[in-house]
Write a protein that binds this ligand. Structure first.
Ligand code: ADP
Ligand code: ZN
Length: 529
């Protein structure tokens, strides 16, 4: 078996060199490709730019060379299929695609090439693939494996569930001899396991890469004079490529106008524009004729511009998955790049108000992910750490050197140790039986019924932080939770003191606590003309 693995590896290296001109594997590519060759089901989770496509393209090329078998690649991005197929064809890996946009005579040409074993990869849209005709036709062929791109779309737990993906579960039955592989850039453990379950994978290899993007510097700020905040970043990257995401089409147009007024080569992109206008905008950006794309979320899926030097979110997106994916479009070439997230309570309430239409379960997920992003934005934990933790990973270092928190750019309180100790002591006095709200009431000396009736006004920690607004104390408690000094447990989110919290009480560990935010005015980009 090791002998076979070594042979496989040598063959993969040769294919990588001869067709793609690459001389090494990216992290986990080798393992993922070996699953492809060995016919072992797998779920491959790599960040955007991690090189997922190669994980199925290279083994498909090898298997086609060996036996003439074809790999079926399921992708939701119809608009990109042609590009992907052209790129493969150009380097000598024979590929084709089928989707609803393909004229019948070309479909016939593709089926002929499939029968003649000419193709290494067949790209298919999910809804095209699961038709009876298509499945009957394919089951007569030698299918090496089925690769499912953007596999999180199969899970309701994911942030981008697509009903047409749900049917892919039947592929296992229709292709009992072909291995199945799912690829995604976003999947916490729950989604990962659900992907495997929904696709009926058999004992899949779970290959999960590191989600950290060390070359990105992350910052998060309350929105306050948004245009000025965007401009600051654009100025640092004069003449370089960047993306500015806005929540609404109107904001996109306003912001693009305003940036142009400042002499920036900026262009708008949103779904309200015609297809031609959008393609023109995208091409101008890719060809460096425009520096900055101001866009809604409609922009970016599948766009591989390696030298995007910054991504600014002028408004907060609706989930931490969206943020990770959109910000992740910066610095695909591995060079230093920056990401700035501007957030406000208004954005939060806007997204929250849109959740009402969802059924209960997706709604709870969407809400959890929205809350996680808001916590991330307002939190005082290293941004790199906070992002990977959401995806069930961790980082060793306590100082990433590449986020506003670790770089000391964020205004913090002067004596976080004493402040943290006061708060944790209060949790201790309350016998770790109350939540954040009540704890903040006690610390700020509230005379509420709940405090007085329990006699908590006689605790030694009562009113200890009465010179701070309750909101500030409440935020600090959340920050202590975020940094692991306190934990919320049970249905009532009761505060408990963790091991780290004990160390804090002894002065062995120090938290980072943010200075209370100054009041931020509701902000619209100012027109310059
Ligand atoms: P993903 O789908 O994970 O976002 P891609 O498959 O689009 O990533 O790959 C991102 C970029 O990295 C592409 O330009 C690709 O050609 C390049 N790439 C992938 N694997 C390698 C490798 N082993 N060596 C060099 N470049 C690679
Ligand atoms: Zn950091």
């Amino acid at each position: 078996d090791t002998e076979r693995a070594e042979g496989d590896e040598a063959e993969l290296r040769a294919v990588l060199r001869d067709f793609w001109g690459y001389d090494s594997f990216r992290p986990l590519q080798k393992e993922a490709m070996q699953c492809g060759l060995a016919g072992r089901d797998s779920v491959v989770v790599l960040p955007t730019g991690g090189g997922k496509s190669l994980c199925y393209q290279a083994p498909a090329a090898v298997l086609h060379r060996r036996t003439g078998a074809v790999a079926v690649v399921v992708s939701p991005l119809i608009a990109l299929m042609k590009d992907q197929v052209d790129a493969l064809t150009a380097i000598g890996v024979p590929a084709a695609f089928v989707n609803s946009t393909l004229p019948p005579e070309e479909k016939i040409a593709v089926s002929r090439r499939l029968r003649d074993k000419e193709l290494a990869c067949l790209y298919a849209a999910p809804e095209t693939l699961v038709t009876d005709r298509m499945l009957d036709f394919l089951s007569e062929l030698d299918v090496s494996f089925v690769a499912i791109d953007e596999a999180h779309c199969v899970s309701q737990w994911g942030h981008d569930f697509r009903p047409e993906y749900r049917q892919l579960g039947m592929l296992r039955e229709r292709f009992p001899d072909a291995a199945m592989h799912g690829y995604t850039a976003t999947a916490g453990q729950k989604v990962r396991e659900d992907v495997a379950f929904q696709l009926n994978l058999h004992d899949p290899a779970m290959l999960v890469g590191s989600f950290d993007r060390p070359n990105l510097t992350f910052r998060a700020r309350p929105a306050s004079g948004t245009l000025g905040q965007i401009r600051e970043v654009v100025k640092r990257h004069d003449g370089e490529s960047g993306i500015v995401y806005c929540i609404s089409r109107k904001k996109v147009d306003e912001t693009a106008d305003a940036l142009r007024g400042l002499g920036v080569r900026a262009i708008a992109y949103h779904a309200g524009m015609s297809k031609e206008e959008r393609t023109a905008a995208q091409d101008a950006f890719l060809a460096d004729r425009e520096d900055v794309v101001v866009a809604t979320v409609a922009f970016g899926m599948g766009i591989d511009k390696p030298d995007v030097r910054f991504v600014v979110h002028a408004g907060m997106p609706k989930s931490i998955e969206h943020y990770q994916q959109e910000a992740g479009r910066a610095g695909r070439d591995g060079l230093a790049s920056e990401c700035l997230l501007l957030h406000s309570g208004g954005d939060y309430r806007f997204w929250k108000s849109t959740l009402g239409e969802l059924p209960p379960e997706p709604r709870a997920n969407a809400e959890q992910s929205l809350n996680a992003l808001y916590d991330y934005a307002q939190g005082a934990l290293c941004r790199h750490k906070a992002l990977v933790r959401y995806f069930d990973q961790d980082l060793e270092s306590d100082d990433c050197g590449a986020c506003d928190i670790c770089l000391g750019e964020v205004e913090t309180v002067d004596d976080p140790l004493i402040l943290g100790q006061k708060i944790v002591s209060c949790v201790y006095r309350l016998e770790q039986r109350f939540g954040g709200n009540h704890t903040a009431d006690v610390l700020t000396g509230s005379k509420s019924e709940a405090v007085l009736s329990k006699g908590h006004d006689s605790l030694s920690t009562y009113g200890l932080l009465s010179d701070h607004p309750k909101k500030a104390v409440r935020d600090w408690i959340e920050q202590l939770v975020g940094q692991g000094f306190l934990a919320k447990v049970g249905e009532y989110a009761t505060l408990r003191i963790t091991e780290a919290g004990q160390q804090l009480l002894k002065g062995e560990r120090k938290p980072v606590l943010l200075a209370p935010a100054k009041k931020v005015a509701a902000e619209r980009p100012k027109r310059t003309s």
